[in-house]
Design a protein. Structure first.
Length: 102
């Protein structure tokens, strides 16, 4: 009996974009954890000051994660509708990282 081989379909633009976005989200999560650890080692006032910035980063990252999930659910044909929101979310996170200095 002949075995059916599974065809490997090439990764499309949507899958490549999603993979890249998910990798960046994971990187940001690790960076946020690192900032949280640094803040915990700082003095009491610094902890208070940086906690707000770290909470803001976590919220922005969560919002970006939601945008990626919505995009995945909608499919690649809807990319143009999600592109602006995803790019805006990414920009906000990058600015928040730059503004938060420990």
């Amino acid at each position: 009996m002949a075995r059916k081989s599974k065809k490997v379909r090439p990764v499309g633009a949507m899958e490549a974009n999603v993979d890249k976005m998910e990798a960046q989200l994971k990187t940001w999560a690790v960076q946020i954890d690192g900032l949280t650890a640094k803040a915990e080692q700082a003095g009491e006032q610094a902890k208070i000051d940086f906690r707000q910035g770290i909470d803001d980063l976590k919220a922005k990252r969560a919002a970006a994660q939601i945008k990626v999930e919505e995009f995945k659910a909608a499919g690649s044909e809807k990319w143009e509708g999600f592109k602006g929101g995803i790019e805006r979310a990414w920009g906000e996170i990058e600015v928040a990282f730059k503004e938060l200095k420990l």
